[in-house]
Design a protein around this ligand. Sequence first.
Ligand code: COA
Length: 298
Amino acid sequence: MTDTSAAAAGAESASEAASTSAPAHDPIGHLSPTLLEGHVAFITGGGSGINLGIARAFARCGAAIAICGRTEEKLATAAEDLRGFGAQVAYRTADVRDAEALQAAVDHAVSELGDISITVAGAAGNFFAKAEEMSSNAFRTVVDIDLMGAYHAARATFPSLQRTRGSILFISASQAYKATKYQAHVGAAKAGIEMLMKDLAVEWGPHGIRSNSLVPGPVAGTEGMSRLAGPTGDDMWRRAVPLGRYAETEEIGAMAAVLSGPLGAYVTGSQYTVDGGLGLVGSGHISDAVEKALFADE
Ligand code: COA
């Protein structure tokens, strides 16, 4: 599903940038096409959204790409797109909750492309729900997709990562550390991911495997944002971000490429935030009220 209004928000900011004669914004165009040459990346949820933006960045940098997800059609379309960068691409349908299916997708990727050197645990699920009202299965579903899915991806790619002295990148969220209404299930899952990331950095570091997480802010054209901004509209979200706009998926991809390849060789156990400054804003509604009271005329 594509959030056209969010995508439009991104496009609007791009045209604003153009009208102020800022240099053309091409988040992955500045990356070296050889940065990830010889690497094989396995990306869960790589058929769309942020994870596809990451796959595009890696493909631009010369990596071979394996993606998995639940919907074959999305994967096939994404694979075509990624081949446009000249990348070798493999894909398999797999639900990250199903350890065996995920293992089969990893085995397929290794047989097609060779040992995996970069794992991205990106598949996620989200919806707003009151903690006291959602069913046990609703809570468990998000924990299963996000946390168990991330563990399954790490576990299934470990033998490859051990051989390649590779890296894992977990796609996290600010709900992991910023208490948020109607996101108790997501907060629990993402907080688990953050600790898993650190535990693996310590436990698998001696194998040469690095483990990091990336916290995106609101990203245009993603199912996540269409779910989160659906009830409130995009304006509120854009106003909340100090940079005043949504990210593009490839802006998240560019940071993922830096962290996952040789430029990040000494970075492990770290959480990277790519959120336009959103995490710096504390009680936004209090700041807004003060601004209104003091500077309404400006
Ligand atoms: N509010 C409350 N409960 C909800 C809900 C909502 N908006 N959406 C789903 N649930 C509950 C269901 O009722 C069900 O619980 P029940 O069996 O007790 O009735 C449980 O969650 C599982 O839902 P189901 O639709 O069977 O799961 P699924 O595996 O088909 O889908 C979701 C998983 C629910 C996470 C779905 O939203 C999804 O597929 N999301 C993937 C994409 C996504 O969220 N991307 C954004 C990432 S940030």
